[in-house]
Design a protein around this ligand. Sequence first.
Ligand code: ADP
Ligand code: ZN
Ligand code: MG
Length: 474
Amino acid sequence: MSDYRMTIGLEIHAELKTQSKMFCGCKNAPEAYENNREPNTNICPICMGNPGTLPVINKEAVRKVLLVGTATKSKIADFTEFDRKNYFYPDIPKGYQISQYKYPLVSGGSLAGVELTRIHLEEDTARSSHEKGDSSLVDFNRAGVPLMELVTEPVIHSADEAMNFAKELQLLLQYLDVSGANMEKGEMRVEVNISISNTDTFGTKVEVKNINSFRAAGKAIDFEFDRQKALLEKGESVVQETRGWDENKEVTFSQRSKENANDYRYFPDPDLPKLTISDIPEFSSDVLKASLVELPQEKREKLKSLGIKDSDIEVYINNRGADEFFNQVEKIVPSENIQLASNYITSSVIGISKSLGQEFTTGKMEPRNFGDMIVHVVEGSLSSTGAKVVLSELVGMGGEVEDIIKEKGLAQKNDPEEIKKIMEEIIKNNPESAEGYKNGKESLLQFFVGQGMKATKGSGNPELIKKITTELLK
Ligand code: ADP
Ligand code: ZN
Ligand code: MG
């Protein structure tokens, strides 16, 4: 039997950052939730679907979806409309959700090598909680929050690829400041569609919901692959259905058989105007393009062209503070030393920041000070150990690099005579190690270098120490 190949398509929802909800004036700023945790207080007759009320389209929410579509080089719709997706569930007060069906705002395009089907705009549901045992509670504060839905083509073939796509989308949404996109907070929700097949045609797909982390998405995919494969190998078939992800047991479980689009009786919402996007000046492609920031992929390419190594690039992509500092440093440090400078940012400065409980901080250090420090390292007058001391001091206390080197006695000792004296002393005090080295135990050289660095309080030039020690031990 030939191997099964897995096919995955993603449907990702993201709550948009706007001042107000999708079709009413209720607040949607995160502050509104934080100060307003009390259930059912951030609601009004419109988002509660009371009869006789009229929804109004939130222009900013539309703009944000168009911005994402512009960043993914997708097609922005000329004509668009909102539809009612009819179904009953306690978390949708109107008995339908306003969504988009036939004419999504955005279609096509790609991200991280994955082709997109569409991106449309809809409204979020309320939150149900079933913690009370025999009864359930519904909090409508979230009902009507603008929600973007992005659908990919079924072109993904591994859990890693799926997770990579979802992470890239999260980054993009955060760079564009379109959504907080925090999965744990439910600001971004990933649903995976998975099928497997050992022929040229697609297998029956299963949709998995309730995934609240990238890790869970990967695990759910791997679990489904195994489950579907076992079914097919037994000669059974995969049922097209919606399954949930059980975070504790790390399994998927059947929730309901999949409804078809026509079960929802989609039809254009008669209360909302249809939009001709091309007639709206703020939504012209020029205006949208002009409001794009530098995107993660562009940033990667720029850093790569400067000769920065990939692991550092990913640090900058994910750490805004480090990235901003690097950009300032890049203006002062000559290009041949930029990777060296980057090493100190991604290891030492981030290390110091973490020890201070922050993602990134330069404290009292100016980019100019950092540049001076690099000059000393390049000239050989400051060792890498000394450099770390200088950085801690700069961040914590500020000051000039020259002064810190003097005060702390960090000037790297490059005087061969002085190093020779120190090493002769060390060799004299460690006759067994010296003997061992002479008898072929070469790893003992590192011991002597370590002792030399210790004796010079980290200010010895390790290369020089190594060279002199080798000569002395001949
Ligand atoms: P439905 O009509 O069931 O909503 P769609 O064709 O709209 O299905 O696709 C929904 C999602 O499922 C998309 O992300 C799509 O890429 C994915 N998908 C479609 N067919 C398959 C398949 N055979 N295997 C895996 N994913 C699929
Ligand atoms: Zn409202
Ligand atoms: Mg569909």
